[in-house]
Design a binder for this molecule. Structure first.
Ligand code: FAD
Length: 328
């Protein structure tokens, strides 16, 4: 069992109220264990609002606040794993670990227990996070992409975290003369322009050309300003990938299947009407991207919530590409 230690948040950046990045310094007098890009660590706070199981009207279980005699949620510790978004060289040089975290909203419309507490952190007054002094995980390039020539990374939302770590580390190593011979393409989709974490840094790495690296940022809920900005992609990550590979959008496929099945297609039609059509950033053509995704030598590697990743797997399978994922 790993030792539990107390870290301190030394920097916090809020992207949107629902998405943040923070840096954690280790317990005084110690250092974080060494790690590889793509790994995770368990974090915990002890003032989280606790929940208990409650059977819903439809028989499904949901979680509601576990209240005390005064009607307030009971407080206690909650521990979860978080992918490290800093690169190993950054931790070696600066001591901290960095995280890219979303405020989880659970089925009942209330915030998740630990993420709510993480969003209340204040580097000056309430900055303690417990961590297990062990960094683990098999979601590393040597375990998931050792033999593939071409690596297509698909990060939806905070699923970018392990890929941010990997690309920063690869870029650092390339700068020291140890350039990877692989081709990396990163699709990162998030709801808004402001939520595209690491955007400037990834653009900078792409522009420096130390690596064979292409970055495709996409906004899934574009505002008129984003729609008018040709430097940004539009649409959800799965539909961007479908578009590159010449497939129907997910919602088009679902509508087609509903029509073919002879059932009620109204819901599928409405979903398609709401769908943001994929658009690539101006500097990236479909042809260029396709050349980076030749089937026998490509792995599609993704990270995030299981529902979002199922379609990425379907796309990879349909195009005979290898598929790897990190389930959260
Ligand atoms: C390897 C790994 C890496 C991850 N990396 C990241 C990352 O980089 N960034 C990020 O934002 N997230 C990451 N996550 C997700 C993270 O671990 C948490 O699951 C997430 O922050 C939600 O935690 P929460 O306490 O806020 O939500 P919770 O309160 O745990 O709610 C989440 C779900 O759990 C259920 N639930 C609620 N209460 C209970 C209960 N009492 N008992 C059992 N189930 C309950 C609910 O149905 C809800 O849908 C990662 C997960 C894994 C496994």
């Amino acid at each position: 069992m790993a030792e539990k230690k107390i870290g301190r948040v030394i920097h916090r950046h809020n992207f949107s109220g629902m998405l943040e990045l923070f840096r954690l310094a280790p317990e005084a007098g110690s250092a974080f264990p060494e790690y590889k890009a793509g790994q995770y660590i368990a974090l915990s706070r002890d003032n989280c609002k606790l929940t208990k199981k409650s059977p819903g009207p439809d028989g499904e279980t949901s979680y509601v606040y576990d209240l005390d005699e005064s009607g307030n949620p009971k407080r206690g510790p909650v521990t979860h794993s978080y992918s490290i978004s800093s690169a190993p060289f950054e931790t070696q040089g600066n001591g901290y670990l960095e995280f890219y975290v979303v405020l989880e909203m659970i089925e009942t419309g209330t915030p998740g227990r630990l993420s709510e507490s993480l969003f209340k952190l204040d580097p000056d007054t309430d900055n303690r996070i417990y961590y297990m002094n062990k960094i683990a995980g098999e979601f590393t390039l040597d375990k998931r992409a050792a033999a593939d020539r071409s690596v297509v990374m698909v990060g939806t939302g905070t699923g970018l975290a392990p890929f941010a770590s990997m690309i920063k580390q690869l870029n650092f190593e390339a700068g020291r003369g140890s350039r990877s011979d692989k081709r990396f393409t990163l699709i990162h989709a998030n709801r808004t322009r402001e939520e595209l974490g690491y955007h400037e840094e990834l653009l900078g790495i792409e522009a420096s050309k130390k690596l064979d690296f292409v970055y495709l940022p996409s906004v899934s809920r574009p505002t008129p300003e984003v729609l008018a900005d040709p430097s940004l992609g539009k649409g959800r990550a799965n539909n961007v990938l479908r578009h590159i590979l010449g497939m129907e959008l997910k919602e088009e496929e679902e509508l087609r299947r509903a029509v073919e099945g002879g059932g009620d297609s109204a819901k599928a039609k409405a979903a398609l009407e709401r769908t943001v059509r994929p658009v690539l950033p101006r500097n990236l053509s479909r042809e260029l991207l396709l050349r980076r995704m030749e089937a026998p030598q490509t792995v599609v590697i993704t990270c995030g919530n299981p529902a979002g990743m199922a379609d990425i797997q379907y796309i990879a399978d349909a195009n005979h590409m290898r598929f790897e994922k990190e389930d959260w």
